[in-house]
Write a protein that binds this ligand. Sequence first.
Ligand SMILES: *Cc1c(COP(=O)(O)O)cnc(C)c1O
Length: 403
Amino acid sequence: MTYSALSHLECSRAGTRYDADAVQGVSDLGAPLLARYDLERAGRTLTREALAGRPADLWRYHEVLPVRDPDRVVTLGEGMTPLLPLRRYGAAIGVPGLLMKDEGLIPTGSFKARGAAVGVSRAAELGVTGVAMPTNGNAGAAWAAYAARAGMAALIAMPVDAPPITRAECLATGAELYLVDGLIGDAGKLIHAAVPERPGYQEVSTLREPYRLEGKKTMGYELVEQLGWAVPDVILYPTGGGVGLIGIYKALREMQELGWIGERLPRLVAVQAQGCAPIVAAFEAGESVSVPWPHAATVAFGITVPKALGDFLVLEAVRATGGTAVAVSDDALLAEQRRLAAHEGTFVCPETAACAAAARQLRAGGGIAAGERVVLLNTGAGLKYPETVDVRVPTLAVDGRIP
Ligand SMILES: *Cc1c(COP(=O)(O)O)cnc(C)c1O
């Protein structure tokens, strides 16, 4: 039986082939490498019927994941997060068919765990002994956790403004952590310079190694499986580096090739904050790549990415599916975070609150029709962002009285 049907890596710009059984970074053109599988072989054992009997984690799709030896899987139980109907909130914004895939319930509280589980497992299988990355917080926390579980070292650099909990997560799991008075790109330069001096370490920055994407694509497989092998009409994704969106699109194409879904694909919507919207600007200008966004700043810190290496892949996926790119203000997303939690009990991260605000905006503007099935991805738990809620309540004297 085939555990992984991984066949080779492919340059996302030129289509050139690379060996998938060596440690690889980007292609000779500096573009992300995409993992390719022998899908015909995968499809012999990976069937919709077989899946029904497999464990409820992301490794259920192992034929289309890169780890060759099942004993090398490093897991904390990630995957198969709930797909929740948001009936009350959906009705309030005019989209009664609204659903949310809740990645806040995954280990480390953000969907970065998917990329880390698969990325760390494969890196360890290929003999890597340390991973090094810049991060806006959650990715570092997730890779540090999975690296610890794999017995691997982790070197992390993050902006001083990243969510404080993520620092604690890195340190608790034994990572070597540095704060940078700058943005993720500045942290990236420091990491890039440090890695060559550390034998055994691999640079695992966003899309600078091929397997984080493979972990994140499993959101696409799960979503379609959870909908009974149907695709929704629209998927809204909070876009920083864009790995989740690129991954979902990759999963949809693979599922088409496996014969599981038809021609129609969901419209993919890249959501950004007005304070950092390079992909929205490129989309609106009809460009195929983005230009670095100056003075990037938003409370939705996970999507503060002024220039994404995979911007052209995000734009391609959005356009190929008839989707769009939308920017929302910090005020709008913070208000939406409260409304969503108050209507449904779902305290989402500010990045996902941006998607809720975008759904409201698109519905009002006719970009989403009333009867459509629309999915928000909650990429992280609101619990990781306590500072996004302004907590001002009366403190009572012990002998006082509640009015
Ligand atoms: C990293 C992150 C994102 C953005 O993910 P990309 O793959 O970089 O687009 C969105 N939300 C949260 C909570 C994140 O941590």
